[in-house]
Design a protein around this ligand. Structure first.
Ligand SMILES: [Zn+2]
Length: 201
């Protein structure tokens, strides 16, 4: 930032710098890009940011992002509602959906249990998942948390609270490299993991 820039430009550079992976040089370049483009073009970016924050909320059933009360997947009649795939975050839904191998519905936990980071089970949507299963009609809960320590711990906890309800609980197969994440897994590996899922002992 420099005193040579106007106040607005300094502010814009400052905001861009807060974005993940954006350093001071890139922030400056982006700010000058905004300054240079046609007003309508720049406003489209501003509107997209505003809409994202104003319109997107959580689906009341699965807690995935949605612009309606109930998301498109939950309201899709062709989905098998007796299968609930449990993931940590909305990005995981996108990764799994890309495989085209999923006809189930989801439940987004909103993260994983990590006591050292101050994230307890009660901070996630686990109670809502229990409510869904208790509501009946659920045959299988497929745990698709990340294959790392936090994800495994979360699956262990979730299965311990679901087990008394008598529902079948499975876990994506271990084709996924240990310590990796669902988000960055390839479509082929994910599809194999879905098809090869195993019942949790
Ligand atoms: Zn939903």
């Amino acid at each position: 930032m420099s005193g040579a820039y106007t106040e607005s430009l300094n502010k814009l550079i400052e905001e861009f710098e807060k974005l993940p992976g954006v350093g001071p040089k890139t922030a400056e370049r982006l700010a000058f890009y905004v300054l240079k483009v046609a007003p309508a073009e720049a406003m489209r970016l501003a509107d997209a940011i505003r809409d994202t924050k104003n319109k997107i909320k959580r689906c009341e059933v699965c807690y995935n992002y949605s612009e309606q009360k109930i998301c498109e997947i939950c309201s899709d009649e062709r989905r098998d509602k007796s299968l609930i795939c449990v993931v940590e975050q909305p990005k995981d839904v996108i990764a799994l959906e890309k495989t085209g191998a999923c006809k189930w519905v989801y439940h987004v936990l909103g993260g994983h249990i990590a006591p050292l980071e101050g994230i307890e089970a009660s901070d996630l949507t686990i109670d809502k998942l229990v409510e869904r299963v208790r509501g009946g009609g659920v045959k299988e809960v497929i745990m698709a948390t990340n294959p790392n320590m936090a994800g495994d711990g979360t699956t262990l906890y979730v299965s311990s609270v679901l087990r008394p309800l008598g529902v079948k609980i499975t876990r994506l197969a271990r084709g996924l490299p240990a310590g990796s994440t669902i988000e960055y897994a390839s479509g082929k590996i994910l599809t194999d993991a879905i098809l090869g899922r195993r019942e949790l002992e």
